[in-house]
Design a binder for this molecule. Structure first.
Ligand code: ZN
Length: 446
């Protein structure tokens, strides 16, 4: 048999693989934890800095919520939390919504197109029982413990193995858990920033310390706060190393050029900037400003500083013709709408509207006097929200009225969102993991 005929008989050996769409979600990654956006440590993220040079960097991107489940649901559906309603029931400990099967997700769109999809997931709030696994061909879930989780490198290795099995392309979701508490970066990065720092607290922080800090019963010294932030940065560095392996792995396999690659986070992390630790208790910058890097064939790299939220990710994953792509390409275009975020895990439900210059923060639950309260904060040229709101008689307060009207138009009302298909966490393993992290006490759905 001639070599030519052999080649004709074995097309699968020579045919080009189909493009991949890749979403990387690094849990709890603040926008300002990266080397190109103000990290407090040197060389914070060399791999993500290289990725930025090939991407559009959305430098004013906001998570759609303050905690994992609703924010990640938004990334995969393009719906705001009050639309998908995969939220916690206000006033309960362990009563959560479940994603409805009729809501399209990035995975269900891929399936409709005959494409494969896989997700490698490490947060117990993304367990299959909350419904995000629906339509994925592979949903490889390893829920994190209070201390310990599948590492970013192990996760990326599994993801690349799936790529090797998937010449037909499809959707790949890679979730990296490192920056989330407990701040235990593993042997490679442990001490990278903290080795010489004085401290009286221990890393990894256990559940007891975590709960004392999140409840505000204990506030560490400034020295310990700096130590904790540096430990967090070691976990960012561990995440960055894995991102570098993933990108290089796609390049080595000839799968990079044609890939659409989106990297973001589900939320940030507060280090007492406004007296609060961790995430889930506020929608302010430290918890909602997240990185968003978008690399796609033919997309010119550069910075785009328009304020956007997590709803823009879904159309980027599923629709090359979406007007969202035009927004990403044109940094001078007016945003389709302000950035919107809703939902807290620990306290009353809050909602926030962010334009280029102002942030409205409103409480959806009425106070004892029956009124709902909102504050308007100025945003400076770097995108940072002021610590104090504007006074009630400030002329810019008319902007608050416009934002409140926008929320009424979008939501229909100003009430807290009621979860859809609410249930307690019935899987004993998932329940134990979430309780160990201080996120629930019991199953109290009525
Ligand atoms: Zn999270």
């Amino acid at each position: 048999m001639t070599p030519l005929l052999l080649a004709l008989l074995t097309p699968s050996c020579t045919s080009k693989p189909e493009p991949l769409v890749v979403l990387v979600v690094i849990d709890t990654l603040r926008a300002d934890a990266l080397s190109f956006s103000g990290a407090p440590v040197p060389d914070a993220s060399p791999a993500m800095a290289s990725l930025k040079d090939e991407s559009v960097w959305m430098s004013r991107a906001y998570a759609s919520s303050s905690w994992t489940l609703p924010a990640t649901t938004t990334l995969l559906t393009g719906l705001h939390p009050w639309q998908h309603r995969v939220v916690r029931q206000a006033g309960t400990s362990g009563c959560f919504g479940r994603l409805r099967e009729d809501i399209p997700t990035a995975a269900s769109v891929a399936k409709q197109r005959g494409q494969r999809s896989a997700a490698f997931i490490n947060n117990a709030f993304l367990a299959p029982e909350f419904g995000l696994h629906l339509s994925f061909d592979v949903y490889d879930f390893h829920g994190a413990e209070q201390v310990g989780h599948r590492t970013a490198m192990e996760t990326v290795t599994k993801a690349l193995a799936w790529v090797d099995e998937s010449p037909e392309g499809g959707l790949l979701v890679v979730h990296i858990m490192e920056p989330h508490t407990d701040y235990d970066p593993g042997p490679t990065w442990l001490g990278h920033y903290t080795a010489e720092m004085p401290h009286t607290v221990d890393i990894p922080i256990g559940g007891y310390t975590h709960n004392l800090w999140t409840s505000g019963q204990v506030v560490p010294s400034d020295q310990d706060k700096a130590y904790v932030r540096a430990a967090y940065q070691e976990e960012v560095r561990a995440s960055d190393e894995a991102v570098g392996v993933l990108v290089q792995g796609l390049k080595d396999r000839g799968r990079w050029e044609e890939a659409t690659f989106v990297l973001t986070s589900d939320h940030g992390e507060a280090f007492w900037e406004r007296g609060v630790f961790e995430h889930g208790a506020t929608l302010m910058d430290e918890v909602t400003r997240v990185p968003l890097l978008i690399k796609a064939p033919g997309l010119a790299p550069g910075e785009n500083n328009r304020a956007v939220d997590g709803t823009i990710v879904f159309p980027l994953l599923v629709d090359p013709e979406s007007e969202t792509w035009a927004q990403v390409r044109d940094a001078t275009a007016e945003p389709l709408r302000p950035a919107l975020m809703q939902g807290t895990l620990y306290s009353n439900q809050q909602i926030s509207v962010v334009t280029q210059d102002h942030r409205l923060l409103a409480d959806l639950s009425p106070k004892a006097d029956g009124q709902r309260y909102a504050n308007l904060f100025p945003i400076d040229s770097t995108g940072s929200t002021a610590l104090q709101p504007l006074p009630a008689n400030h002329p810019d307060q008319s902007i608050a009225q416009a934002s409140i009207q926008l929320l009424k138009d979008l939501r229909g009302d100003a009430n807290p969102t009621v979860p859809t298909n609410p249930q307690g966490v019935e899987n004993a393993d998932v329940f134990q993991k979430l309780r160990a992290q201080g996120y629930l006490d019991g199953n109290d759905c009525n």
